[in-house]
Design a protein around this ligand. Structure first.
Ligand SMILES: NC(=[NH2+])NCCC[C@H](N)C(=O)O
Length: 315
């Protein structure tokens, strides 16, 4: 007895075969979640990691922190920040538990960078933070966010070194945390999907590009005088972005007043206690929501560093 031929059935490419026609960019939304094409469009989803006992380092400096942290106060501040996001209508995702958590894992911004089509997983530059990216990969996968790229070889990259200046262009800061190998891999990946990465060198003794530059609207960025790479400023100006330089570098340094996250166009969540910076922002027509960071900043970061940006409005 002969079976009927499978030839010309849909499974073998017959008339009933329905080929996939939409590209990956078109799958963002219908199939996958997440994505940003700016640093300032309405914020929809963030990834956070509430600090736990891991922040209590024996050797504060070796743990890449500035001063010992009080766990209760750090947690309370982190809870306030999460609350500020929820109050602003932003969904808050969490990084799962791991057996031996590293002291800085709460700084989610460093552990991936978001693109319009998915995440680029970080590969942190120090042994202190090596591997923090694994739990973040779990969290992104669980949330249905595509991971476009995991870095390979000796590449090191931290997400806070990548900043979008328009929908097709990002800056990558080359420095202590992000090296040439990572820049080559990220530039190649973005070129594949029609996006451009412009590498800029950062001064010795600085940490991330996020620490010198913040884009808060289609036509406005805040930058640190004499620290922001020349090429970054020139490029932003050429693209019609007004670059406003901080008036009070001391306060920004002490209180991390530049370490903000845009909740939407000209609307930022910033560390509390920065009166001069707040006035400066408001003078530029920026609405400010403040949240306390007096304890958390002892770990050398604030709102921007603690927040992994998963989704904003796009287009
Ligand atoms: N995006 C940031 N600025 N993150 C701050 C990270 C601070 C952390 N102690 C580290 O050294 O990695």
């Amino acid at each position: 007895m002969t079976e009927p031929s499978t030839f010309a059935t849909a499974a073998y490419g017959g008339a009933g075969w329905s080929p996939r026609r939409r590209d990956h960019a078109g799958d963002m939304g219908p199939l996958w979640s997440g994505g940003i094409d700016s640093e300032w469009k309405t914020l929809r989803t963030v990834l956070l990691r509430r600090p736990g006992p891991e922040i209590a380092a024996e050797d504060v400096d070796a743990a890449q922190q500035l001063a010992p942290l009080d766990l209760g106060r750090a947690q309370a501040e982190h809870d306030r920040m999460a609350e500020a996001y929820r109050d602003a209508g932003v969904a808050v995702l969490k990084v799962p538990e791991v057996p031996r958590p590293a002291p800085n894992r709460m700084f989610c911004a460093d552990l991936f960078a978001m693109t319009p089509q998915g995440a680029i997983l970080a590969r942190p530059a120090s042994t202190v933070r090596a591997g923090e990216e694994v739990a973040v990969a779990h969290a992104l996968a669980a949330a249905g966010v595509p991971i476009l790229r995991t870095l390979t070889g000796t590449a090191t990259f931290e997400g806070a070194d990548l900043i979008w200046i328009d929908a097709a262009t990002c800056l990558i800061g080359r420095g202590l945390r992000t090296n040439d190998a990572a820049i080559a891999q990220i530039t190649g990946l973005l070129a594949e999907i029609g996006l451009e990465a412009v590498a800029v060198d950062m001064p010795f003794g600085t940490m991330h590009l996020m620490g010198m530059l913040s884009v808060v609207d289609a036509d406005l960025a805040i930058a640190w005088p004499r620290r922001t790479p020349h090429r970054a400023v020139a490029l932003m100006r050429a693209r019609g972005i007004d670059v406003a330089f901080l008036p009070d570098a001391d306060e920004a340094q002490a209180n991390r007043g530049l370490n903000v996250v845009a909740l939407g166009p000209r609307r930022v969540l910033m560390p509390d206690g920065n009166a001069a910076m707040r006035g400066f922002y408001e003078g530029l027509g920026i609405e400010v929501v403040a949240t306390p960071m007096f304890e958390l900043r002892k770990a050398a970061g604030a709102v921007g560093c603690l927040t992994g940006i998963v989704a904003r409005d796009m287009g």
